[in-house]
Design a protein around this ligand. Structure first.
Ligand code: GDG
Length: 506
């Protein structure tokens, strides 16, 4: 990422999860890479800038100890190789990190009450509304003492880093945990260039009316403290501008996607996030993936058999239960496929401390048991459900599947679909929800799924499984080309180019 020329301004990044994680084992304090695609994308940027700092939450006990030893200030952390033992000054590529420690009960209200489930559920349209959400005084208190308080603490840390760089910096804020931060930072540091990227869908104004007026207005005004609010798709950016007009009564321009607030113009922009194809190619070429691939071929693909795959967190937004119902319907209606088609589901347990998520995992298990009981043939169960965190296993499965199912109720982008497009070597067909952001780019090469229509999804799976091989390969090659030419580097450089323009550098 060294070619990203960054406005000649220092950079301050903020995200909930950071680029490194400290732990402790028998060898001492260890440093490992933080999880997730966002971390990889932004680490590449921060590692190559002389004056960059990444502000993030202390996620482990050892993170908190490191923060305490440094009086809450930033520290330089070596990033290669991962993992390593932290024993002195960095002797290689490094990244400056500031770990923010907040009161555990405030953090729980911020994270497990407001960020997930309330904001996540509203933005993915997951509330049925007849019985949920129920907002009591406890939720109001959790907003004030949790979400708002933690946002203020992170904003203070960001502002502190900006001030220590002369009061002028480029600030990149990430995601739905921090909607109130931009406004606080701007109050303290009026000369910053602020951008906030929202990684999840932004729904239309009426969806936000689930929240009381004072809270939804504070969230919107907080975000409008930014210069640019970034989304994955034009639809989300448009919805955001509509919210500013309808819920705050501010002047908006829907063609230019701008909002006028406090004598400033805030721009809504869309930058579809993507993957790092070179990194995926390298993972695919590894011995670990080769071993997984051999195992998967042996288990699922002997004698003309076919494999449907899904790889998701156990998040209700991913629509795992209806996906299995559709697969069960497919087998009911096409008995010739029983014993010939398997469904491998690699699910990563997610947010299990949130009751809605724990209930969802239980429901997944029950639905799978029922379908397997109905369709087991010659000792072979049609669905293989694995609750695992194993990225190399996922990549191996990506490369050999016949169909990837992504049937999300709503999904900001969905990186799994893009990863499969790059990695699959079997003419794999993307069966892709029209509600995933990735559908805007990949829909024309995919079989489209309607996430609520189980019959339609069963029919679409049948279409995918019976598609002629040359058509399958043609579509896959086109999807791979789209992703390779629109990779994660482009996601970043497009944002930086817009910011340069905004800040008057070009
Ligand atoms: C949010 C938005 C948006 C898979 N198995 C393992 C593993 N993975 C990786 C995948 C992929 C990532 O996890 C999941 O990314 P998604 O984009 O599919 O979904 P979310 O987690 O919901 O991400 C989403 C994204 O943010 C970026 O803006 O696209 O819409 O919801 O990269 O390969 N990772 C590890 N172990 C596994 O077993 N560590």
């Amino acid at each position: 990422m060294s070619d990203i020329d960054l406005l000649d301004l220092p950079l301050v990044l903020l995200s909930n999860r950071g680029p490194v994680r400290f732990d402790r084992d028998a060898s001492g304090r260890t440093v490992n890479r933080g999880a997730g695609g966002l971390v990889s994308a932004l680490s590449g940027l921060a590692e190559h800038l002389d004056d960059a700092v990444w502000v993030c939450g202390a996620a482990t006990t050892e993170d908190a100890a490191v923060a305490g030893e440094n009086d809450g200030g930033s520290i330089l952390v070596q990033t290669q190789p991962f993992p390593h033992v932290a024993d002195g000054s960095p002797a290689g590529p490094s990244i400056r990190v500031r770990l923010v420690v907040t009161d555990p009960s405030a953090y729980a209200d911020f994270y497990s009450v407001w960020s997930n489930p309330i904001l996540w559920f509203i933005q993915h349209g997951l509330y049925g509304r007849s019985l949920a959400p129920v907002l009591t005084q406890a939720e109001h208190d959790a907003f004030e003492n949790g979400y708002a308080a933690v946002n203020r603490a992170y904003a203070d840390a960001v502002a502190d880093e900006v001030r220590s760089r002369g009061g002028k910096a480029l600030v990149l804020l990430q995601d739905y945990h921090f909607y109130l931060v931009a406004e606080h930072v701007r109050e303290q540091c009026p000369d910053v260039v602020l951008t906030h990227f929202v990684h999840i869908p932004w729904p239309a104004p009426d969806e936000w009316r689930v929240l009381p007026a004072d809270i939804r207005e504070r969230l919107l005004r907080g975000l409008l403290g930014s210069d640019v609010v970034g989304f994955h798709t034009r639809r989300y950016a448009r919805n955001f501008v509509l919210c500013a007009g309808e819920l705050l009564g501010l002047p908006i321009n829907l063609d230019e996607l701008t909002v006028q607030v406090n004598n400033r113009t805030v721009q809504a922009r869309y930058y579809p996030i993507s993957v790092d194809p070179a990194a995926l190619d390298a993972t695919l070429a590894s011995e670990e993936v080769a071993a997984h691939m051999a195992m998967l071929r042996y288990v699922f693909l002997d004698e003309d058999r076919q494999l449907v795959l899904r790889v998701d967190r156990t998040d209700p937004s991913k629509n795992v239960v209806r996906g299995f119902l559709a697969f069960g319907t497919l087998l009911d209606q096409h008995p010739e496929l029983v014993g010939k088609v398997s469904f491998l589901a690699l699910l990563q347990p997610s947010r299990t401390d949130v009751p809605e998520y724990a209930d969802y995992i239980a429901l997944i298990g029950a639905v799978v048991a029922e379908i397997n009981a109905r369709h087991t043939k010659e000792g072979r169960q049609p669905i293989d459900l694995r609750m695992v965190e194993d990225f190399s296993l996922a990549v191996a499965a990506y490369s050999i599947c016949d169909v990837l199912m992504v049937n999300a109720i709503a999904d900001g982008m969905n990186l799994v679909a893009k990863e499969v497009a790059v990695v699959n070597r079997r003419g794999g067909v993307l069966a892709l929800s029209e509600m995933a952001g990735a559908h805007e780019e990949l829909g024309e090469f995919a079989v489209t799924l309607h996430p609520f229509d189980v019959q339609q999804m069963a029919d679409a799976l049948y279409t995918a499984l019976t598609m002629p091989m040359d058509e399958r390969h043609r579509r896959l090659a086109a999807a791979a080309e789209q992703v390779r030419t629109h990779d994660v580097r482009r996601w970043l450089t497009d944002q930086v180019a817009d910011l340069r323009h905004l800040a008057g550098f070009s």
